[in-house]
Design a protein around this ligand. Structure first.
Ligand code: NAP
Ligand code: ZN
Ligand code: ZN
Length: 347
């Protein structure tokens, strides 16, 4: 076993604190990654605070992991010592169901094995990237293009793929008008990726504060959702809405901003349900859909797309000792646009 240091939530009510644990030994198909950077996703906060229920403690969060390969198993083909490597939200799946065979491991019928807050085959809880190292089967490890900085690439492994995958799945592109609701970690990646795909992007944000940022990131339009006029002015404007909001809010108001046959895609995952009115959907044949991260093949495709289009996340790098303060700032919406932990700070 490999002694590993990290930061963990010991319960839903406690802040994260230093925590020692063990990783499994490197098996024939495994790589050992020395973690250099790990993004702070709002899902880390939902889970560390048990907002979705079923959390496993102690929990070392973190699923936007970038690092360097320091050991490879005897059968490993994709990686060599010294390579850069990334790990996203899951580290295994059944590999035999229809979804897995199609490269849609995130929809594995047996359930993907989450990078943390999951249980491995031996029943042991998985632990994430707020730690010094991780052992992962090479089939679930991504290659990080060399043009990307490690800190700027880390958030692509969740925020990047979570927004890229639905845009690709629904064929969002040129000639489409897309609204992105919420300009946080996911939202800012969505703006960059969708604009690179040639889509006309409107950011719908709760206040004026992020208008300049939205334009800099590539949005053509910006509107404030706390102003009622926004919802009358933008009626029937969009082919697609990508909702990245982390807290409960009224979906019905946004449905009215869709054209006939428009689709609202939910990726934000608030902890409480919101009532849905049928009529705004029925009378314009509109759809509400959802999407979760992306498969390994598509995640690699997204990393390569971002490298080609010179896309990285806008990050604020922090030492791990500041992670609890960072959580508070994320919840307040005070981050531009992703905190990334520098694991060199974890001695
Ligand atoms: P984040 O950085 O905190 O961004 C969320 C944004 O939502 C905020 O910046 C804010 O944008 C907006 N917002 C917050 N509270 C709001 C409210 N009450 N009403 C309206 N807007 C509000 O979080 P994130 O890391 O991007 O994650 C966003 C959500 O996606 C989380 O629920 C997370 O768990 C989920 N998620 C889902 C997947 C998936 O696979 N489906 C993957 C990763 C994350 P403005 O300041 O612009 O208003
Ligand atoms: Zn995430
Ligand atoms: Zn499967």
């Amino acid at each position: 076993m490999l002694p590993t240091k990290g930061y963990a939530a010991l319960s839903a009510k406690e802040t994260l604190q230093p925590f020692s644990f063990e990783r499994r030994d490197v098996g024939p198909h495994d790589v050992l990654i020395k973690i250099t950077h790990c993004g702070v996703c709002h899902s880390d906060i939902h889970q560390a605070r048990n907002e979705w229920g079923g959390s496993i403690f102690p929990m070392v969060p973190g699923h936007e992991i970038v690092g360097t390969v320091t050991q490879v198993g005897s059968a490993v083909k994709k990686f060599r010592m010294g390579d850069r490597a990334g790990v996203g939200c899951f580290v295994d799946s059944c590999r035999t169901c229809e979804a897995c065979l199609e490269g849609l491991e995130q929809y594995c019928e047996a359930g993907m094995l989450l990078t943390y807050n999951g249980r491995d085959k031996d029943g042991q809880p998985t632990q994430g990237g707020y730690s010094t190292q991780i052992v992962v089967d090479e089939n679930y490890v991504l290659q990080i293009p060399n043009v990307q900085s490690a800190a700027g690439a880390a958030p692509l492994l969740c925020a990047g793929i979570t927004t890229y995958s639905p845009l690709r799945h629904w064929g969002v592109g040129r000639y489409h008008k897309l609204a992105i609701v919420g300009l946080g970690g996911l939202g800012h990646m969505a703006v960059k990726i969708a604009s690179a795909m040639g889509t006309e992007v409107t950011v719908l944000s709760t206040s004026e504060k992020k208008r300049k940022d939205a334009e800099r990131l590539g949005a053509t339009h910006f509107a404030v959702t706390s102003q009622a006029e926004t919802f009358t002015q933008l009626q029937r404007r969009f082919d697609f809405i990508l909702d990245t909001v982390s807290a409960p809010h009224n979906y019905n108001a946004y449905v009215n901003l869709l054209k006939t046959d428009g689709t609202m895609i939910l990726v934000g995952a608030p902890d409480k349900p919101t009532p849905l009115e049928p009529f705004p959907l029925i009378i314009n044949r509109r759809r509400i859909a959802g999407s979760v991260i992306g498969g390994i093949r598509e995640t690699q495709e997204m990393l390569d797309f971002c490298a080609e289009h010179k896309i990285e996340s806008d990050v604020e790098v922090i030492p791990i000792q500041e992670v609890n303060a960072a959580y508070e700032r994320v919840v307040r919406g005070d981050v531009r646009f992703r905190f990334v932990i520098d694991l060199a700070s974890l001695k």
